[in-house]
Design a binder for this molecule. Sequence first.
Ligand SMILES: [Zn+2]
Length: 267
Amino acid sequence: MTNTQTPERSELPSLKRYAATINIPGYLPMADELAFESATDAWSYLASERERAEDDTDETGEYSVTVVTLLALANGRALPEGASCMVDDDHIGSVYGDTPGYDGSHDLGLTYSVTVALDLSAYADDVVKGYAVAMLWANAVCDVEDCEDREAGSDCEHVNHAHGTYSMDDFSPEDQHRLRADCYAMMMSTDDEEQDGQDFLAYCDARPILGRRAASHFGHDFALTRNHHGAGYWDRGLGALGDRLTANAHPFGESSVYVTEDGVSLS
Ligand SMILES: [Zn+2]
C-alpha cells in the first residue's frame, strides 16, 4: 500500500477490536476486558484508569512516567525517557508501572496491556468476493440503452451474463470501496456492541462448509438478504442467529448493479 490510497479507503470500518487489561503479574486481570475500535482508544482508557488511581493516592506532584507513557501511546507521541514498556509497531503490548500508593518493599507493580481481541481481516477478501459475485448474479439491472429486452424485466442477456462477464475489478474504485465498506460493516454487525463480529464467526462455524468458503457465502447471503431475495441468512437453518443477521442486513437497504454498454456500476 502506498500513499495513493483514497481518503475514503482509510475510513473503512475496522475489522479489529482491541482489549485493554490491567494486571498484577501472576494474578487474574483487575479490570474487565473491554473492546475498543483502535489500539489508541484502548491506551486512552488505560491512561485514564492510571491517572485516576494516582489521583486517589495522597501523593502530590506530577503524574508518574507510567501515565506519561500510556498517554504517549494513546496520542501517538514519542515515548518518554524511562518508559518501561514493550510494544510493537502496531502499538500492541504492555506498559509496566509501580502500584500507586504502595509503600512496601515487595511491589509487584502493574501491567497495562493492549491486545488484539478480534481480527476478521483474514476473511475480508472472501466475503467481498462472494458479495460481489452475488450482486452481479442476483441484483443486476440492465441499463443498456438500446437493449430491446430490458423493458420486459431482468431477463435480458446483459443481466444473465453479468456474473460471468464481470467481477469485483470491473467496478469503479468508488464502487469497490462501497462494496467493501458494506461488507466490513456487515461482518462486524451485531445487536450487542460487546459482540462485534461474533455473529459472523458463528455463521462461519455453523455452515457445513469450510472457513474461506463460508466467508464467501456470508457475503453471498448478505447480497441476497439486503435485497429481499427468496433466500438469505434466515433460511440456512441457523435459527436465532439467522434471524439476527437478517435484521442486521435489512437496514443497509437494497442495492443493485447496473449493467451498461461499458461495464457495471452500483445503484
Ligand atoms: Zn439488456
